[in-house]
Design a protein around this ligand. Structure first.
Ligand SMILES: [Zn+2]
Length: 72
């Protein structure tokens, strides 16, 4: 039984830069943490992203917003 050969692109793992540590990372199915280089980097990046997304920048006081309207 002949198995079809995968294309050259899938044969050669691409080396990318890890977004978390800027280190070398193998972008292939062999690396489940791609594009990150490791589970730690992936976790760190996801954690930072989540905290950034869920964090409120500044507590906005609605009264202050309304009071900002200038009256001539
Ligand atoms: Zn990394």
């Amino acid at each position: 039984m002949n198995t079809a050969k995968p294309s050259e692109t899938s044969l050669q793992p691409r080396e990318v830069r890890c977004p978390a540590c800027a280190g070398k990372s193998i972008y292939s199915s062999a690396n489940p943490y791609r594009p990150f280089c490791s589970a730690r980097c992936k976790g760190v990046d996801l954690g930072a992203w989540a905290s950034e997304a869920f964090r409120m920048p500044e507590p906005t006081d609605p009264a202050d917003v309304w009071d900002d309207t200038p009256k001539a």
